[in-house]
Design a protein around this ligand. Structure first.
Ligand SMILES: [Zn+2]
Length: 157
């Protein structure tokens, strides 16, 4: 099932963990509505950077979220976040492009997180939305310090 021109439901609900453990990752109607809104934002990013967007994780059911150790309040849980990269861009470059979009009034987000830029090609960009309660416009970088994940303000790479 195609959600938007370039994003399918399969891509936005795919989970290696779900597959490996036989967990259900099917969204309910509300979650599906959120996934559609998220996909529409990803289309905007795709158009802006003029490159395909690769989604490593979007929706996570309660079971999948538990299995990956995600926060119970994670926007992924509701289908309102995506972990992405863009073909031909590093993660820091993609994050900067999204900030450029924000500054031009082309996108609003709740959280933009540059995830583990020290991992190079293993980094990614998390973008999360809050459709009903106002977007916080938070920009963070996640990094590993002494084996723990810490979040620092702004984009740092
Ligand atoms: Zn994420």
């Amino acid at each position: 099932m195609q959600i938007t021109e370039h994003f399918s439901l399969a891509e936005l609900t795919r989970s290696d963990t779900a597959k490996r453990r036989g967990l259900n990752n099917t969204p309910n109607a509300n979650e599906l509505a959120n996934i559609k809104k998220t996909a529409a934002e990803l289309e905007k990013i795709r158009a802006y950077v003029e490159a395909p967007i690769v989604v490593s994780s979007c929706f996570r059911s309660a079971a999948v979220n538990r299995a990956v150790g995600g926060s119970s309040t994670s926007a992924h849980r509701y289908g309102s976040a995506a972990d992405i990269d863009a073909v031909g861009y590093t993660s820091p470059e993609l994050a900067r492009k999204i900030l450029e979009m924000r500054d031009k009034g082309l996108i609003k987000f709740d959280q933009l997180i540059l995830e583990f830029p020290e991992r190079g090609a293993g980094a990614w960009v998390h973008i999360g939305f809050r459709w009903n309660s106002g977007m916080r416009n938070q920009v963070l970088t996640a990094k590993t310090v002494k084996g723990r994940t810490v979040y620092v303000a702004g984009l740092q790479s």
